[in-house]
Design a protein around this ligand. Structure first.
Ligand code: FES
Ligand SMILES: [Fe+2]
Length: 324
């Protein structure tokens, strides 16, 4: 009986970033308040480097970091109005990433353009999509309108595993009790699996939150929105993971509640404590594991379904030539 339900691990082949690229997801690349109007900031992203900048129109933009002229790092440049000027020979790039001005000639070569990442801003984070165009909408809480939410964000320490390994926690129901001390009557039974999202509900008895109704929605392979309803208190937790430096993953946690709730900052304090407690439980494992799902068992059914999805999820790297 047990043999029939054991999963065969050999079929799973995860994308190799050097060959297949990275999952095509919305990735948080900076916190909004790191990039005020008129500023440019260099950031590591995927296996390369990007610039995140904001013109005086207030709109955040994300481009490949290296100038198409001689490869200077545009993070050394300056923002002037709505253009980004390279430090080295003063080529200027517009909001679309195309070079708009070369001081010593009128002709602008066609190839003088940066990789322009689709960019949006939400929950105090600047998000870039790994692709020419987004494959799905920017993450949001399915249960609560974004404009009704007040939230706070913090960045976590880099971890040496890909985002889909960190997000696999959402489908690892055995570790919820063992690592986090939370119990549930039974595992979630219904998973609403769409092309780019997975949604399900659960009831847990959590040591920090108490008895809580949880609504999970996972976007791509790197972002979880989790709405926790504990009695009258709605606590919103978002976790998102971003590949950096080729083999590491940084992440951001957003904690929020209804702006109209009594004392929302107290709820957010409580929610940040919840998020940090979870990460303190998991991080020693994530920091040291050699991830390989060698011997899955019947109880890992949901977890293995997640890993098969991660193996099949679209991967690409259209910015590779320009960010590395
Ligand atoms: S390297 Fe940027 S203008 Fe020359
Ligand atoms: Fe966990």
């Amino acid at each position: 009986m047990a043999l029939e339900t054991e999963q065969q691990p050999t079929a799973i082949r995860f994308p190799d970033p050097a060959v297949d690229g990275y999952h095509q997801c919305w990735y948080a690349v900076a916190m909004s308040d790191e990039v005020p109007s008129g500023r440019v900031l260099g950031k590591e992203f995927l296996d390369g480097r990007i610039v995140v900048w904001r013109g005086d129109d207030g709109v955040a933009r994300v481009h490949s970091a290296y100038c198409r002229h001689m490869g200077a790092d545009l993070a050394l440049g300056e923002v002037d109005g709505c253009v980004l000027r390279c430090e080295f020979h003063h080529w200027e790039y517009g909001a679309d990433g195309r070079c708009a001005k070369i001081p010593v000639q009128d002709h602008i070569p066609e190839r003088a353009r940066l990789f322009s990442f689709p960019t949006q801003e939400r929950f105090g984070l600047i998000w870039a999509f790994n692709g020419e165009a987004p494959l799905y909408d920017l993450p949001a809480f399915p249960t609560t309108a974004t404009e009704d939410i007040v939230s706070r964000v913090f960045q976590i320490e880099p971890l040496p595993v890909p985002p889909y390994v960190i997000l696999s926690n959402t489908h690892d129901f055995q570790h919820v009790a063992i690592m986090h001390g939370a119990t549930m009557e039974h595992e979630p039974q219904h998973f609403d699996v769409q092309e780019h999202t997975i949604e399900f509900e659960n009831e847990v008895h959590d040591p920090t939150l108490g008895t809580t109704q949880q609504h999970f929605k996972i976007f791509g392979t790197n972002t979880l929105t989790l709405a926790n309803q504990t009695g009258p208190m709605l606590l919103l937790s978002l976790f998102t993971a971003t590949p950096i430096n080729n083999a590491a993953t940084t992440g951001y946690t957003v904690t929020g509640t209804l702006a109209a709730a009594p004392d929302p900052q107290r709820i957010i304090d409580h929610g940040e404590h919840f998020a940090r407690t979870i990460m303190e439980d998991d991080n020693p494992v994530l920091m040291t594991m050699r991830f390989r799902p060698d011997t899955p068992i019947a109880a890992d059914r949901a977890l293995m379904r997640w890993f098969r999805r991660a193996a099949e999820y679209p991967a690409a790297h259209p910015s590779r030539e320009l960010i590395t």
